[in-house]
Design a protein around this ligand. Sequence first.
Ligand code: DON
Length: 566
Amino acid sequence: MKRPLSLLLSFSLLFLLVLTNCKSRPAAPTGLVTEKAMVVSAREEASKIGAEIMKKGGNAFDAMVATEMALVVAYPFAGNLGGGGFMVYRKSDGDVGGLDYREKAPLAAHKDMYLDSLGNVIPEMSTKGATAVGVPGTVAGIMAVHEKFGSLPLEEIFEPIIELAENGIVVTENQANRFAAVKDRILEVNDSVTTFPIDCKVNDTVRYPALARTMRKIAKEGHDGFYKGEIAKTLASFIQEKGGFITEEDLAKYEAVWRQPIIFNYKDLKIISMSPPSSGGVTINQILKMIEPYDIGDFDHNSEKSIQLFTEAARRAYADRNYYLGDPDFTEIPLDVLLGKAYLENRMADFSFEKATKSSDISEGSVQMAESMETTHYSIVDAQGNAVSVTTTLNGAYGSKLYSDELGFFLNNEMDDFSAKAGVPNMFGLIGAEANSIAPEKRMLSSMTPTIVEKEGELWMVVGTPGGSTIITAVAQTILNGYEYNMSMQEAVNAPRFHHQWLPDVVIFEPEGFSNDLIESLKSKGYLINEERTPIIGKVDAIRVLADGRLEGGADKRGDDTAVGF
Ligand code: DON
């Protein structure tokens, strides 16, 4: 049968229309969808407790306090009283802000504190045991949030957490594996004695009575209950007995700091992310702005061209990160220049799809990323539309591994995030410079990137992840997955990721999702590839606001991460 030309034309037009519509139509959700409020975190117990607080009438900030504290009990790998973190918030009226509760160097710290008499870095002194501990910021952080925005009484927020510590949590398979993997190092740091349940097996119930006591005191006495008096005394003398530097004075002087976040546009998105002393906001700003002129969405997701473009932008942004960024209270950071249009365009002027740019000659062999490392991120949206994005950490897995039996928690090894010696990589392979050198009371540079994204003036995404130096690229890729590749929140979180950080000059890939042909082709263009392929790049926990106002959770399939809401 012969079709008239006009009929054929209308069919083709219709087909084209459907195709275009498919690309612009928002992705159907594949993660948990709820009507009003949601918490996505590394553990179901913590997401549940956070969501319950909101059900009881608390807001996203009350839920932040609850989730942060529940993670101390349910996820001691990274959830902490002995660490620190960053929060970015966006209130339902559009007001945004950031909170820095990063650890800081003790008063006794000095630039060369981790160097021997020959000027060499003393192995493990900034990563293991009491010498690695920075002054913890977490309790100051939650108390600052509660004081400014909280609506429920502290003791009510802490009630389910104290109950959780007393009644115990059930050990998951991932958790049992982590206990087993780190057992010897915990015993070594704690002189072979610890009440931390390192011998627990899957499905055992673990209780934390000492932690419950500490939590009760904090709930009752707030900030000063931790930083002054009995807890401070016990903590400072414990750290000093073990050879560390933190004093009662260090604890008494600690304060969280409210900071203006980094805010920039990427196409029609407005991205709000953490400012220094985290490098997250500045570096994600640089990466996305360097990519923006090239329309990455025109290349397929994780295709050769999209990987090249992203890698070259990351290479240039991390080079700036490592040289210019540090604690803004100690270091002048030329933010206007680093984030300026002309500067960023110029940075990409020598980029070509034909050939990789070389980073430098630092030998790859000197970089160790052997230890399993952990931080944790959670995202919250409440029924009023307030949004909270928080990344918190002990740095390494169980931090310094130093555990106070009396107080029931681990202490961080955040001092390793300083640059102990210019040009020598830290445990994430990051090379630092003067801007991130050690000084008394200075905050060490971070990569944590708690981020909130607006689309057309409305809350659109709350996102963040652990992953050390890979945090920034994982957050950037998740935003691009949702925006440029139209993935649902859950798909955007689960999609395979890759990473590059200038030095070492290698691109790393997750094991799944990148074909050998792709890798070979990148190699032929001069990209140096980490052949071992890293098992995990981040564990992203995110929330997206759907077009109809409901919420979709993206809980990373790489961990026990869970979305809970109502
Ligand atoms: O602040 C930072 O950048 C690091 N201390 C974060 C550590 C981390 O994400 C480890 N997690 N996988």
